[in-house]
Design a protein. Sequence first.
Length: 271
Amino acid sequence: MGPTKHGGVGAVRSGGPLTLVSMEVRKLKGSSFWWMAMGMVALVSLWSGFALMDRAGDNPATRTVTLAQGDVYELVGLLAPILAALLTSRLAVMETRGRMDLKWRSLGQGESGLFLAKLAVAGTALSLVFVVPLAWTPLAASAMGFESSGGLPSLMLAPALVAFLSCMAVTAVQLMLSMTIGKQAVGLGVGVIAGLVGSGLGPLNVAQAGWLFPAGVSSAASPFLVTATPDGFARMTLVANPWALVLAGLVACIVWTGVSAFVIMVKESHR
């Protein structure tokens, strides 16, 4: 038995967060969860590649590294809630199908600990879907001769960090829904609606409203500043202090993770 290899019941009860995460990863070994995650990374990276090639043949005024990076970043608000719903739903289905939830409970492991372990796995998997293309797009655009108006390290790191924190916040809420609501279609429906609303905040010039819900964090904490050039084209630059937005995104991530964990604890106390 898996838990016996780690010292039996006592090991599972006394295992720290890293132990739970390690066991969660091993439990998912060979499962469709990782195929889903890798497929998502490939899909978003492929879309990013096509978008970059299309921008390379566009007006010279729009061939900038920042605009190429912004193309990928805009996907976070739209796709993160939907993809998070798919990944967390898969985790919940696997947990109940093999009656793993009952096995963990019999070993004295509470749902709050499992929630954090699953969040670490699912949140990291989701963030890679966007962090990977956010990392290589500026490098590819720079190599293709795109104009750069700022430091490449900051342009690569700041959007990737905000995307990571946004993904963790969205995953926390979607995971909470998957663990508390039996019908997984509810979480998916919430993810679709949240993605549509979150991605529309920027174009509607109400990005600050994104602080009110996790799917809007990427819009509210966007490190990009969009202006119009005299010839009518969009101009995108990195804000003067993107690290303040990264810090704000961290606070939002902690808040939404705390709220989700609290709901799980309340459910556990009423079991």
